[in-house]
Design a protein around this ligand. Structure first.
Ligand SMILES: CC(C)(COP(=O)(O)OP(=O)(O)OC[C@H]1O[C@@H](n2cnc3c(N)ncnc32)[C@H](O)[C@@H]1OP(=O)(O)O)[C@@H](O)C(=O)NCCC(=O)NCCS
Length: 161
């Protein structure tokens, strides 16, 4: 509870692309490790570097949870979709993911769409289930170069007016 009170939700800055990339790598290596084979974890970031995040940051789709001048987690939102939520591994299970999701949903809810989709990593499914998402299918996330393929669960949050 104390930690949540100290968090600030704000758009990511272009200058934070490298910190976001490092957090993303650390989060996958730690929190996704049990749900995926080693070779999938090792290849996850093989075709990207920090510049991968610049396009989304520039269009205002990436937000961070700031904790005492560093980034505790980030979320990317696009119309009708939560694209990414990743929390710094040492801060997991302390409410940062819930904080990011709630703030992300608040942004999406301004867009008046009736459902919100996510392609969840396998390890994150129980988290999204707790938040009211339900599974609609299975699939693969394919990186822009096509070199990386990651099994995901398609999930949907129905909004009730
Ligand atoms: C999934 C993730 C975002 C959750 O963030 P978090 O800060 O740990 O989540 P919270 O602390 O807000 O947890 C909220 C609730 O979900 C539960 N929860 C979180 N992760 C869970 C998991 N892996 N398995 C089961 N329950 C989980 C918490 O116990 C908590 O339950 P409670 O409300 O009953 O206390 C975080 O673990 C993460 O970054 N994982 C790696 C990246 C990832 O897979 N992201 C999803 C990409 S789509």
């Amino acid at each position: 509870m104390m930690l949540i009170r100290a968090l600030k939700f704000r758009p990511a800055l272009i200058s934070e692309a490298a910190e976001i990339f490092d957090l993303h790598v650390a989060s996958v290596r730690s929190l996704c490790a049990k749900a995926y084979p080693r070779n999938t974890i090792d290849s996850w970031f093989s075709d990207r570097d920090a510049s991968f995040y610049l396009r989304s940051i520039k269009k205002g789709a990436v937000y961070v949870a700031e904790l005492r001048r560093s980034i505790a987690g980030f979320i990317e939102v696009n119309p009708g979709e939560i694209t990414n939520i990743f929390v710094r591994p040492e801060l997991s299970k302390k409410g940062v993911g819930s904080f990011l999701l709630q703030n992300g949903l608040d942004i999406l809810n301004r867009g008046k769409r009736c459902e919100i989709l996510i392609e969840a990593t396998l390890n994150a499914v129980p988290f999204y289930c707790k938040k009211g998402f339900r599974e609609t299918g299975r699939g693969e996330w394919v990186s822009p170069t096509g070199a990386v393929k990651i099994p995901i669960v398609c999930m949907k949050l129905d909004r009730h007016p």
